[in-house]
Design a binder for this molecule. Structure first.
Ligand code: BMA
Length: 338
Protein backbone atom coordinates (compact mmCIF):
# COMPACT_ATOMS: atom_id res chain seq x y z
CA UNK A 1 0.00 0.00 0.00
CA UNK A 2 1.41 3.41 -0.94
CA UNK A 3 0.20 5.07 2.27
CA UNK A 4 -0.02 8.48 0.61
CA UNK A 5 -3.56 8.27 -0.69
CA UNK A 6 -5.76 11.19 0.34
CA UNK A 7 -9.41 10.36 0.99
CA UNK A 8 -11.73 13.37 0.89
CA UNK A 9 -14.50 13.33 3.47
CA UNK A 10 -15.14 13.39 7.15
CA UNK A 11 -13.61 11.17 9.78
CA UNK A 12 -16.04 8.45 10.83
CA UNK A 13 -14.41 6.73 13.80
CA UNK A 14 -17.60 4.79 14.56
CA UNK A 15 -17.85 3.25 11.07
CA UNK A 16 -19.12 -0.33 11.47
CA UNK A 17 -16.04 -2.53 11.33
CA UNK A 18 -14.54 -5.96 11.70
CA UNK A 19 -10.90 -6.72 10.93
CA UNK A 20 -10.04 -8.92 7.98
CA UNK A 21 -10.35 -12.55 9.09
CA UNK A 22 -7.09 -14.46 9.50
CA UNK A 23 -6.10 -16.13 6.26
CA UNK A 24 -8.37 -13.96 4.08
CA UNK A 25 -6.55 -12.46 1.08
CA UNK A 26 -9.58 -10.81 -0.55
CA UNK A 27 -9.80 -7.02 -0.89
CA UNK A 28 -13.32 -7.10 0.65
CA UNK A 29 -14.53 -9.40 3.42
CA UNK A 30 -17.99 -10.00 4.80
CA UNK A 31 -19.42 -9.05 8.18
CA UNK A 32 -19.39 -12.26 10.20
CA UNK A 33 -22.99 -11.66 11.36
CA UNK A 34 -24.42 -11.12 7.87
CA UNK A 35 -27.12 -10.60 6.89
CA UNK A 36 -27.14 -7.46 9.01
CA UNK A 37 -30.78 -6.82 8.09
CA UNK A 38 -33.01 -9.89 7.81
CA UNK A 39 -35.89 -9.98 5.36
CA UNK A 40 -38.52 -9.86 8.12
CA UNK A 41 -37.22 -7.00 10.27
CA UNK A 42 -40.58 -5.21 9.98
CA UNK A 43 -44.01 -6.87 9.78
CA UNK A 44 -44.96 -5.78 6.25
CA UNK A 45 -41.66 -6.86 4.65
CA UNK A 46 -41.17 -9.65 2.18
CA UNK A 47 -37.56 -8.54 1.78
CA UNK A 48 -35.23 -5.64 2.69
CA UNK A 49 -32.24 -5.16 0.39
CA UNK A 50 -30.43 -2.77 -2.03
CA UNK A 51 -30.54 0.02 0.55
CA UNK A 52 -28.59 3.19 1.35
CA UNK A 53 -27.17 4.41 4.65
CA UNK A 54 -25.29 7.56 5.70
CA UNK A 55 -23.70 9.04 8.84
CA UNK A 56 -26.10 11.31 10.71
CA UNK A 57 -25.30 13.35 13.82
CA UNK A 58 -23.03 10.72 15.33
CA UNK A 59 -25.44 7.96 14.36
CA UNK A 60 -26.65 6.53 11.05
CA UNK A 61 -29.76 6.96 8.93
CA UNK A 62 -30.92 5.26 5.79
CA UNK A 63 -33.46 4.77 3.06
CA UNK A 64 -34.36 1.14 2.64
CA UNK A 65 -35.84 -0.83 -0.19
CA UNK A 66 -38.70 -2.77 1.35
CA UNK A 67 -40.65 -5.07 -0.94
CA UNK A 68 -43.85 -5.70 0.98
CA UNK A 69 -46.01 -8.79 1.20
CA UNK A 70 -48.10 -7.54 -1.72
CA UNK A 71 -44.74 -7.48 -3.54
CA UNK A 72 -44.90 -3.71 -3.99
CA UNK A 73 -41.51 -1.98 -4.06
CA UNK A 74 -41.42 0.74 -1.39
CA UNK A 75 -38.92 3.06 0.30
CA UNK A 76 -38.76 3.26 4.09
CA UNK A 77 -36.64 5.49 6.34
CA UNK A 78 -34.53 3.88 9.05
CA UNK A 79 -32.25 4.75 11.95
CA UNK A 80 -29.38 3.13 13.80
CA UNK A 81 -26.96 4.16 16.52
CA UNK A 82 -24.20 1.82 15.33
CA UNK A 83 -24.94 1.04 11.66
CA UNK A 84 -25.61 -2.60 12.57
CA UNK A 85 -28.84 -2.61 14.55
CA UNK A 86 -31.50 -0.89 12.50
CA UNK A 87 -34.99 0.37 13.24
CA UNK A 88 -36.93 0.70 10.02
CA UNK A 89 -40.20 2.62 9.85
CA UNK A 90 -43.18 0.33 9.41
CA UNK A 91 -44.75 2.57 6.78
CA UNK A 92 -43.20 3.91 3.56
CA UNK A 93 -41.84 7.43 3.09
CA UNK A 94 -44.54 9.83 1.91
CA UNK A 95 -42.72 12.26 -0.32
CA UNK A 96 -43.82 15.90 -0.24
CA UNK A 97 -44.07 17.17 -3.81
CA UNK A 98 -45.50 20.34 -5.39
CA UNK A 99 -46.56 18.52 -8.54
CA UNK A 100 -49.03 15.65 -8.03
CA UNK A 101 -48.09 14.12 -11.36
CA UNK A 102 -44.48 13.75 -10.30
CA UNK A 103 -45.32 12.98 -6.68
CA UNK A 104 -47.73 10.13 -7.45
CA UNK A 105 -45.92 7.12 -6.05
CA UNK A 106 -46.03 4.14 -8.38
CA UNK A 107 -42.99 2.23 -7.15
CA UNK A 108 -39.53 3.04 -5.83
CA UNK A 109 -36.47 0.87 -5.44
CA UNK A 110 -32.68 0.73 -5.14
CA UNK A 111 -32.23 4.08 -3.29
CA UNK A 112 -28.96 5.95 -2.89
CA UNK A 113 -28.41 8.75 -0.37
CA UNK A 114 -25.83 11.50 -0.89
CA UNK A 115 -24.85 14.39 1.39
CA UNK A 116 -24.19 17.53 -0.65
CA UNK A 117 -23.45 20.84 1.07
CA UNK A 118 -26.37 21.12 3.49
CA UNK A 119 -28.76 18.20 3.02
CA UNK A 120 -29.16 14.59 2.04
CA UNK A 121 -30.31 13.84 -1.48
CA UNK A 122 -32.11 10.61 -2.25
CA UNK A 123 -32.14 9.12 -5.74
CA UNK A 124 -34.01 5.96 -6.63
CA UNK A 125 -35.53 4.03 -9.46
CA UNK A 126 -38.94 5.71 -9.66
CA UNK A 127 -41.99 4.49 -11.54
CA UNK A 128 -43.18 7.15 -13.98
CA UNK A 129 -44.45 5.48 -17.15
CA UNK A 130 -41.56 3.11 -16.69
CA UNK A 131 -38.50 3.26 -14.49
CA UNK A 132 -36.66 6.58 -14.23
CA UNK A 133 -34.58 8.39 -11.61
CA UNK A 134 -36.51 10.01 -8.77
CA UNK A 135 -34.82 12.79 -6.78
CA UNK A 136 -35.69 14.10 -3.32
CA UNK A 137 -33.95 15.73 -0.40
CA UNK A 138 -34.24 15.57 3.36
CA UNK A 139 -32.61 17.28 6.30
CA UNK A 140 -33.82 14.93 9.02
CA UNK A 141 -35.03 11.64 7.45
CA UNK A 142 -38.55 12.55 8.53
CA UNK A 143 -39.68 14.92 5.81
CA UNK A 144 -38.61 14.15 2.25
CA UNK A 145 -39.16 16.73 -0.50
CA UNK A 146 -39.44 15.30 -3.99
CA UNK A 147 -38.08 17.17 -7.03
CA UNK A 148 -38.49 16.49 -10.75
CA UNK A 149 -37.43 13.13 -12.08
CA UNK A 150 -33.89 13.58 -13.40
CA UNK A 151 -34.29 11.86 -16.75
CA UNK A 152 -36.79 10.50 -19.23
CA UNK A 153 -37.72 6.89 -18.69
CA UNK A 154 -36.15 4.34 -18.93
CA UNK A 155 -33.30 4.68 -16.53
CA UNK A 156 -31.98 3.07 -13.34
CA UNK A 157 -29.08 3.33 -10.91
CA UNK A 158 -28.97 7.12 -10.55
CA UNK A 159 -26.02 7.89 -8.29
CA UNK A 160 -25.04 11.45 -7.36
CA UNK A 161 -21.51 12.69 -6.72
CA UNK A 162 -21.02 14.11 -3.20
CA UNK A 163 -20.05 17.58 -4.42
CA UNK A 164 -20.58 19.80 -7.41
CA UNK A 165 -18.10 19.17 -10.20
CA UNK A 166 -17.07 22.24 -12.19
CA UNK A 167 -19.92 24.10 -10.48
CA UNK A 168 -22.64 21.59 -11.40
CA UNK A 169 -24.46 18.78 -9.63
CA UNK A 170 -23.35 15.50 -11.17
CA UNK A 171 -25.02 12.11 -11.50
CA UNK A 172 -24.23 8.70 -12.94
CA UNK A 173 -27.08 6.68 -14.41
CA UNK A 174 -27.80 3.65 -16.53
CA UNK A 175 -30.32 4.04 -19.37
CA UNK A 176 -32.33 0.84 -19.65
CA UNK A 177 -35.71 -0.60 -20.68
CA UNK A 178 -39.00 -1.55 -19.04
CA UNK A 179 -37.97 -5.11 -18.17
CA UNK A 180 -34.99 -7.07 -16.95
CA UNK A 181 -32.64 -5.06 -19.13
CA UNK A 182 -30.18 -7.25 -21.07
CA UNK A 183 -27.81 -4.33 -21.76
CA UNK A 184 -26.53 -1.21 -20.03
CA UNK A 185 -23.70 1.33 -19.95
CA UNK A 186 -22.97 3.90 -17.25
CA UNK A 187 -23.41 7.56 -18.28
CA UNK A 188 -22.59 10.87 -16.60
CA UNK A 189 -24.90 13.93 -16.55
CA UNK A 190 -24.74 17.32 -14.90
CA UNK A 191 -27.23 19.94 -13.72
CA UNK A 192 -27.10 23.55 -12.53
CA UNK A 193 -30.27 23.22 -10.42
CA UNK A 194 -31.15 19.52 -9.95
CA UNK A 195 -34.09 20.04 -12.34
CA UNK A 196 -32.46 20.32 -15.75
CA UNK A 197 -29.90 17.65 -16.61
CA UNK A 198 -27.58 17.63 -19.61
CA UNK A 199 -24.01 17.30 -20.84
CA UNK A 200 -24.53 13.55 -21.00
CA UNK A 201 -21.26 11.66 -21.35
CA UNK A 202 -20.53 7.99 -21.75
CA UNK A 203 -18.50 6.52 -18.87
CA UNK A 204 -18.23 2.74 -19.23
CA UNK A 205 -19.62 -0.18 -21.21
CA UNK A 206 -20.00 -3.76 -20.08
CA UNK A 207 -16.83 -5.75 -20.68
CA UNK A 208 -16.56 -9.51 -20.35
CA UNK A 209 -16.82 -12.17 -17.69
CA UNK A 210 -18.68 -11.04 -14.57
CA UNK A 211 -19.48 -7.65 -16.16
CA UNK A 212 -20.40 -8.79 -19.67
CA UNK A 213 -24.16 -8.08 -19.81
CA UNK A 214 -24.67 -4.73 -18.05
CA UNK A 215 -23.16 -2.50 -15.37
CA UNK A 216 -24.50 0.16 -12.98
CA UNK A 217 -22.99 2.48 -10.40
CA UNK A 218 -23.42 1.45 -6.76
CA UNK A 219 -22.53 3.58 -3.72
CA UNK A 220 -21.86 7.34 -3.87
CA UNK A 221 -18.38 7.64 -5.47
CA UNK A 222 -15.55 8.14 -2.96
CA UNK A 223 -13.22 11.07 -3.70
CA UNK A 224 -9.50 10.24 -3.46
CA UNK A 225 -6.28 11.78 -4.69
CA UNK A 226 -6.21 8.98 -7.33
CA UNK A 227 -9.67 9.89 -8.67
CA UNK A 228 -13.27 9.00 -7.85
CA UNK A 229 -13.48 5.46 -6.57
CA UNK A 230 -16.67 4.15 -8.13
CA UNK A 231 -17.92 0.79 -6.87
CA UNK A 232 -20.35 -0.72 -9.36
CA UNK A 233 -22.29 -3.87 -10.10
CA UNK A 234 -21.75 -5.98 -13.17
CA UNK A 235 -23.94 -8.73 -14.56
CA UNK A 236 -23.10 -11.97 -16.29
CA UNK A 237 -25.79 -13.93 -18.15
CA UNK A 238 -25.45 -17.60 -17.27
CA UNK A 239 -27.54 -20.51 -18.52
CA UNK A 240 -29.39 -20.12 -15.22
CA UNK A 241 -30.03 -16.37 -15.43
CA UNK A 242 -28.28 -13.18 -14.33
CA UNK A 243 -25.38 -13.21 -11.84
CA UNK A 244 -24.71 -9.85 -10.10
CA UNK A 245 -21.16 -9.16 -8.85
CA UNK A 246 -19.29 -6.05 -7.70
CA UNK A 247 -16.25 -4.28 -9.18
CA UNK A 248 -14.55 -0.92 -8.82
CA UNK A 249 -13.19 1.80 -11.10
CA UNK A 250 -11.23 5.03 -10.80
CA UNK A 251 -12.72 8.03 -12.60
CA UNK A 252 -11.01 11.32 -13.40
CA UNK A 253 -11.76 13.91 -10.70
CA UNK A 254 -12.68 16.79 -13.03
CA UNK A 255 -14.03 14.79 -15.96
CA UNK A 256 -15.55 11.72 -14.29
CA UNK A 257 -16.66 10.23 -17.60
CA UNK A 258 -12.97 9.44 -18.19
CA UNK A 259 -12.09 6.04 -16.74
CA UNK A 260 -8.56 5.75 -15.37
CA UNK A 261 -8.85 2.06 -14.50
CA UNK A 262 -11.47 -0.60 -13.73
CA UNK A 263 -11.13 -4.04 -12.25
CA UNK A 264 -10.83 -7.10 -14.43
CA UNK A 265 -11.80 -9.47 -11.57
CA UNK A 266 -14.79 -8.82 -9.37
CA UNK A 267 -14.21 -7.67 -5.79
CA UNK A 268 -17.32 -9.43 -4.43
CA UNK A 269 -19.54 -12.06 -6.01
CA UNK A 270 -22.48 -14.13 -4.75
CA UNK A 271 -20.95 -16.98 -2.79
CA UNK A 272 -22.68 -17.29 0.58
CA UNK A 273 -26.08 -18.85 1.15
CA UNK A 274 -27.81 -15.49 1.65
CA UNK A 275 -26.35 -14.21 -1.63
CA UNK A 276 -27.03 -17.37 -3.65
CA UNK A 277 -30.46 -18.27 -2.29
CA UNK A 278 -33.41 -15.91 -2.01
CA UNK A 279 -36.09 -14.30 -4.15
CA UNK A 280 -33.54 -13.67 -6.93
CA UNK A 281 -30.57 -16.02 -6.54
CA UNK A 282 -26.95 -15.04 -7.14
CA UNK A 283 -27.12 -11.29 -6.53
CA UNK A 284 -24.83 -8.95 -4.61
CA UNK A 285 -25.97 -5.37 -5.23
CA UNK A 286 -24.18 -2.50 -3.42
CA UNK A 287 -25.97 0.82 -2.83
CA UNK A 288 -23.92 2.52 -0.08
CA UNK A 289 -20.49 2.76 1.53
CA UNK A 290 -19.56 4.39 4.83
CA UNK A 291 -15.94 5.59 4.90
CA UNK A 292 -13.70 6.80 7.70
CA UNK A 293 -11.40 9.20 5.83
CA UNK A 294 -8.81 9.07 8.64
CA UNK A 295 -8.16 5.34 8.45
CA UNK A 296 -9.66 4.41 5.07
CA UNK A 297 -11.92 1.81 6.68
CA UNK A 298 -15.02 1.22 4.56
CA UNK A 299 -18.29 -0.59 5.25
CA UNK A 300 -20.19 -1.34 2.05
CA UNK A 301 -23.92 -2.18 2.31
CA UNK A 302 -25.32 -4.49 -0.32
CA UNK A 303 -28.40 -6.52 -1.10
CA UNK A 304 -28.12 -10.31 -1.04
CA UNK A 305 -30.28 -12.33 -3.45
CA UNK A 306 -32.87 -9.50 -3.56
CA UNK A 307 -33.87 -10.57 -0.05
CA UNK A 308 -31.57 -9.34 2.75
CA UNK A 309 -28.93 -6.69 3.41
CA UNK A 310 -25.28 -7.47 4.10
CA UNK A 311 -22.11 -5.54 4.85
CA UNK A 312 -18.63 -6.06 3.39
CA UNK A 313 -15.54 -4.34 4.79
CA UNK A 314 -12.36 -3.10 3.14
CA UNK A 315 -9.76 -0.35 3.13
CA UNK A 316 -10.16 2.39 0.51
CA UNK A 317 -6.37 2.48 0.03
CA UNK A 318 -6.26 -1.24 -0.72
CA UNK A 319 -9.21 -0.97 -3.06
CA UNK A 320 -7.57 1.84 -5.04
CA UNK A 321 -4.35 -0.20 -5.30
CA UNK A 322 -6.38 -3.26 -6.29
CA UNK A 323 -8.08 -1.37 -9.13
CA UNK A 324 -4.71 -0.19 -10.46
CA UNK A 325 -3.00 -3.56 -10.12
CA UNK A 326 -5.89 -5.59 -11.54
CA UNK A 327 -7.03 -3.24 -14.29
CA UNK A 328 -8.90 -4.37 -17.33
CA UNK A 329 -7.40 -3.33 -20.65
CA UNK A 330 -10.31 -1.06 -21.60
CA UNK A 331 -8.73 0.02 -24.88
CA UNK A 332 -9.97 -3.33 -26.25
CA UNK A 333 -13.53 -2.12 -25.62
CA UNK A 334 -13.02 1.08 -27.57
CA UNK A 335 -13.68 3.09 -24.39
CA UNK A 336 -11.42 6.06 -23.86
CA UNK A 337 -8.66 5.56 -21.29
CA UNK A 338 -6.87 8.46 -19.59
C1 BMA B 1 -32.05 -5.20 -11.18
C2 BMA B 1 -32.72 -4.35 -10.12
C3 BMA B 1 -32.17 -4.67 -8.75
C4 BMA B 1 -32.10 -6.15 -8.50
C5 BMA B 1 -31.47 -6.88 -9.66
C6 BMA B 1 -31.49 -8.36 -9.51
O1 BMA B 1 -32.64 -5.00 -12.44
O2 BMA B 1 -34.11 -4.63 -10.13
O3 BMA B 1 -33.02 -4.10 -7.80
O4 BMA B 1 -31.32 -6.39 -7.34
O5 BMA B 1 -32.14 -6.54 -10.85
O6 BMA B 1 -32.80 -8.85 -9.51
Amino acid sequence: MSGTLKIVGKALPNVPWQDRPAGCTDVLWRYAENPVIPRDLIPCANSIFNSAVVPYQGEFRGVFRVDNKAREMCLHAGRSADGLNWEIEHTPIEFICDDPEVGKFVYGYDPRVCWIEDRYYVTWCNGYHGPTIGVAYTYDFQKFYQLENAFLPYNRNGVMFPRKINGKYAMLSRPSDTGHTPFGDIFYSESPDLIHWGKHRHVMSPAWGWQSTKIGAGPIPIETSEGWLMIYHGVLTSCNGFVYSVGAALLDLDEPWKVKARTRPYILSPQTLYECVGDVPNVVFPCAALVDSETGRMAMYYGGADTVTGIAFGYVQELVEFVKENALDVSILGDEVV
